[in-house]
Design a protein around this ligand. Structure first.
Ligand SMILES: Cc1cc2nc3c(=O)[nH]c(=O)nc-3n(C[C@H](O)[C@H](O)[C@H](O)COP(=O)(O)O)c2cc1C
Length: 594
């Protein structure tokens, strides 16, 4: 019989070799310092020429970049001639003006600081191109991802930027070009793409923070927001426990700052006006101080209204005469700029953001829409839960993320908006669940219904409350049982705004319902809320009473979309501006009353 081959003598385990070494500590620190110190510079350039050997070192660094293939798709066109730089400056200036005209008022004011003058102010401009034909079909992965060609050139830009910083050279990236127009103006071969237009020169000093950073355009997002462990959404920094978005947000919510609040009331007594004469606005002024931890507070601008759109299974019960497809159609209208919220937003200088958190219909090809659909409409809350607890949580998280993104993008006030045919039915059920009010007390006529439909709607809300027996101490459970996806997302927006310490201007009954849910999750969240208006919906008054909020505007609006919050925005901004700009009796030499 065959015999087993003799066992091989066990190979001796080689002594584990140490991994290849990194850099010594000081060099590593220098690399990290370089990456921290690299800045996009557009101001304070000097006319000193850049010596050829310095420029060469910088270009060598760029040329060392990784690339797909490696196709090394970049070319560097060095431009020094003033005529060329003037011509290119003119192109960029025109594009910049066109863009500026598309901005909201507050954004346009900030944007004024962003100039394209570095094109003329620097001695050297460098155009970095990508040649998609270089390497061509032999470049691996190229057929699947042709964009890896410009990616590679962008990596060369980063190398250039870092090497320039180490040489003490400032680099400003100008992005205001129609790319084809630039190719023609520079006389580049048609097959090239321009990846970057860089202005390079010595500077008086490097800014410590991004020129468009704090107080300006955007903020750097914390690393902890963007590192996920194993699966997207399980956020964890290396070495730390994963945290879920909701609990992290709740941990960041703090009460209004007592010292700033005290200073606010003191200052209001000394301002050149009779004490208390600004009425309820003085409460808002103090609230803004407590929120921003500063007296006077910053004016809350720019502002954005987040319009969450979703559909409702309870529509099947005949609670509204409007067909469900109107939700998706209105989303298109918001994006096209044709809705009331667009007109009001333009008037008060706010930005409109439209988020699909649960529209029933497909919404193909809608540029500008923020797609965050948790499910395509809820189930009918009168016969079962509107959604699962997990879905309610996901919708809350959508709201938190939108709040974070809007604040990171530079917004200093958030406004609630919503669109969802039939959504005053879940709003009424939520208000009833959180306040203990009867269905009949809080159920209104939404966008307009007759007596018969109203009676049916009250009955639907009553039956839903009986069926689910929602427990107000379990707010996620309440949202899941009788809420809507936009109500859950608005709850998240309020919590996210509270964690980011920006005022949240509430619109109508849906926002009121969401604020009740937010308060049940985190009582301090209400301290960032300002009631934009009082709507004609009875449930809204019940919510405002329970929240202890006084509405800024009372005009019988019953539209939603954030319209009431938008109208209140200038009032809230005026409350901050008064604190900042009104003289005090002592500073103005005005005699106070005896
Ligand atoms: C693709 C791209 C295009 C850019 N375009 C412009 C621009 O047109 N104008 C400008 O001032 N900065 C522009 N920048 C620079 C960024 O605004 C800048 O990197 C950001 O504010 C962060 O600042 P920091 O680079 O100093 O950290 C651009 C950056 C990149 C990556």
């Amino acid at each position: 019989p065959p015999t087993a081959p003799p066992a091989e003598p066990a190979a001796a385990e080689p002594a584990a070799a140490a991994p290849a070494p990194g850099y010594p500590e000081t060099e590593r620190a220098a690399v990290h310092r370089l990456m921290r110190d690299r800045r996009d510079v557009h101001h304070g350039f000097r006319s000193d020429p850049v010596p050829p050997e310095v420029l060469l070192r910088v270009l060598e660094a760029a040329h060392n970049a990784p690339s797909v293939g490696p196709a090394q798709p970049w070319d560097f066109v060095i431009i020094k001639a003033p005529e060329t730089r003037n011509a290119i400056h003119e192109l960029a200036r025109r594009q910049r003006e066109t863009y500026a005209r598309s901005l909201s008022k507050a954004r346009a004011r900030q944007f004024r600081q962003l100039s394209v003058d570095a094109i003329r102010d620097t001695p050297v401009n460098i155009v970095v191109t990508a040649d998609p034909t270089r390497g061509g079909r032999n470049t691996y992965g190229w057929h699947l991802q042709p964009q890896t060609t410009p990616y590679s050139s962008a990596l060369a830009v980063e190398n250039l930027w870092l090497a320039a910083r180490a040489e003490g050279l400032g680099v400003g990236w100008i992005g205001f070009f129609d790319e084809r127009e630039l190719v023609h103006a520079l006389g580049l071969p048609e097959h090239l793409e321009v990846v970057a237009y860089l202005c390079v020169g010595y500077v008086d000093s490097f800014p410590d923070e991004a020129e468009q950073g704090p107080g300006g355009w955007t903020h750097r997002r914390p690393l902890s927001w963007v590192v996920h462990e194993e699966s997207y959404g399980r956020r964890a920094l290396p070495g730390a426990e994963p945290h879920d978005l909701l609990s992290q947000t709740l941990a960041e919510i703090r009460p209004l700052d007592a010292q700033a609040l005290g200073e606010a009331w003191e200052r209001q007594k000394r301002m050149t006006k009779p004490a208390g004469s600004l009425g309820a606005l003085e409460v808002i002024s103090a609230q803004l101080c407590g929120l921003s931890r500063s007296c006077p507070p910053p004016v809350p601008e720019p502002a954005a209204v987040a319009v969450f759109a979703a559909d409702h299974g309870v529509h099947a019960q005949g609670v509204t005469p409007w067909p469900q497809e109107v939700t998706g159609q209105m989303v298109a209208n918001f994006l096209g700029g044709g809705a009331v919220c667009n007109a009001f937003a333009a008037q008060v200088g706010a930005e409109v953001c439209v988020i699909d958190v649960g529209v029933r219909d497909e919404l193909p090809g809608m540029p500008g829409l923020i797609p965050r659909r948790v499910r395509s409409g809820t189930a009918d809350l009168s016969v079962g839960p509107a959604m699962s607890r997990e879905e309610a949580l996901r919708a809350v998280e959508v709201g938190i993320e939108i709040a974070r993104d809007l604040v990171a993008a530079g917004n200093r006030a958030l406004l609630t908006g919503e669109m969802g045919i039939a959504n005053t039915t879940p709003a009424a059920a939520l208000v009833a669940a959180f306040t203990g009010a009867e269905a009949a007390e809080v159920t209104g006529r939404g966008c307009g219904i007759d007596d018969e439909t109203h009676a049916r709607k009250v009955d639907v809300v009553r039956r839903a409350l009986q069926l689910h027996q929602p427990d107000p101490s379990d707010p996620l459970g309440v949202l899941a049982a009788v809420g809507g996806l936009e109500h859950a997302a608005l709850t998240g927006l309020i919590l996210g705004g509270a964690a980011q310490r920006v005022p949240v201007l509430l619109d109508g009954v849906s926002a009121g319902a969401a604020a009740l849910a937010a308060r049940a999750i985190a009582p301090e969240a209400v301290s960032v809320c300002v009631a934009g208006h009082r709507s004609a919906e009875p449930g809204h008054q019940a919510a405002l009473t329970a929240l202890g909020l006084r509405p800024m505007v009372d005009l019988d609006l019953r539209l939603g979309e954030g319209t009431g919050a938008l109208l209140a925005l200038p009032l809230v901004q005026s409350a901050a501006r008064a604190m900042r700009e009104v003289a005090t009796f002592d500073s103005a030499g005005v005699t106070d009353k005896n």
